[in-house]
Design a protein around this ligand. Structure first.
Ligand SMILES: O=P(O)(O)OC[C@H]1O[C@@H](O)[C@H](O)[C@@H]1O
Length: 309
């Protein structure tokens, strides 16, 4: 038996298979059955090697987190000595403080829950804001926050139309600035005010967009309001074409219609979440991160936001 095994959850099986190939190790499946009352039954292969890599993105996290806990405990009982979670999209990272009295600080709670049970957690472009250090969020485990920025930059550098990159809000500057520098493109940052989950207002920066192609760059599209409002403002200001490039296509119900209505011409994303817009596969980057945990590989410094090693 190989000493390492990737286990993919049902909805994330194809990226898990790609990760296994990139690591040159076998990949098998975690079987999940959902009972009519909403409970889950999780089943793992009955023989496991020492190092098991659980592979599942954690969007729509509530059921997925419980199933992950069941899988982690079962893997330990079956003899796994080392458990790594590869969750290209990591949930509950935004609620990093109690914005109102009595609110749960979900980031800290979920981070602790993972850190207490796993040897390593690997994610991509985690939505960290006030606390920017993933190892601080996930104490007790190696916590590696990778970025898809170099993959995105390489894609943009191949374009012949020299687009303007635009981040829709201040938070996006951390991604846009690095991607623009690497791709040799101009960038600007818009200003966003969020009024509620479903309402944002956007002010464009002082930059000429008439007749230009603009690429909106962000970490995640969720309801779609941020990029749709930005695209609508750009088109109103005369932009010829507006494309959108994100790491995580969360795309809540109705988001794709909003993007279309806002005038977004194309949406491109990574396979952190499976969607027809996926253009970049993360398997190579994730595999290098796993190998680098043992010193068997090194990560390009620009692929890494934080490594808790
Ligand atoms: O406007 P939606 O798509 O709901 O939310 C996504 C935006 O909200 C921010 O946290 C993200 O960084 C992104 O800019």
């Amino acid at each position: 038996m190989s000493d390492m095994l990737v286990l993919g959850f049902p909805e994330y099986q194809s990226p898990a298979v790609r990760l296994g190939k990139a690591l040159d190790c076998p990949c098998d499946a975690v079987a999940v059955h959902r009972f009519p009352d909403g409970e889950s039954l999780v089943r793992l292969p009955s023989e496991l090697p020492a190092h098991v890599i659980l592979c599942r993105s954690l969007e729509h996290p509530n059921d997925k987190l419980v199933e992950l806990l069941l899988a982690i405990d079962t893997a330990r009982n079956l003899g796994a000595e080392r458990l790594t979670l590869v969750a290209p999209y990591l949930c509950y990272m935004r609620q990093d403080t109690a914005f109102n009295p009595g609110e749960a600080v979900s980031q800290r709670i979920v981070g602790r829950l993972l850190g207490e049970r796993l040897e390593a957690v690997i994610t991509v472009d985690a939505h960290l804001h006030r606390i920017s250090d993933l190892p601080e969020v996930i104490p007790g485990a190696r916590a590696v926050n990778l970025t898809a920025a170099p993959l995105m930059a390489a894609r943009l550098a191949r374009r012949s139309d020299g687009p303007l990159l635009l981040g829709p809000d201040q938070e996006s500057e951390q991604w846009v600035a690095g991607i623009a520098a690497k791709a040799g493109l101009e960038y600007a940052i818009a200003h966003k005010i969020r009024h509620s989950d479903h309402a944002v207002s956007i002010s464009l920066p002082e930059v000429e967009v008439a007749g230009r192609t603009v690429v909106l760059v962000d970490d995640v599209v969720s309801t779609g309001h941020t990029v749709a409002e930005t695209a609508a403002a750009l088109k109103a200001a005369g932009a010829r074409r507006v494309d959108c490039l994100v790491t995580h296509p969360l795309l809540a119900p109705g988001a794709e219609q909003l993007l279309e209505k806002g005038g977004i011409d194309t949406l491109c994303s990574s396979d952190s979440i499976i969607h027809p817009s996926n253009v970049e596969q993360l398997a190579g980057l994730l595999a290098r991160a796993i190998r680098s945990l043992d010193g068997a590989d090194t990560l390009e410094p620009d692929s890494l936001i934080v490594d808790g090693g």
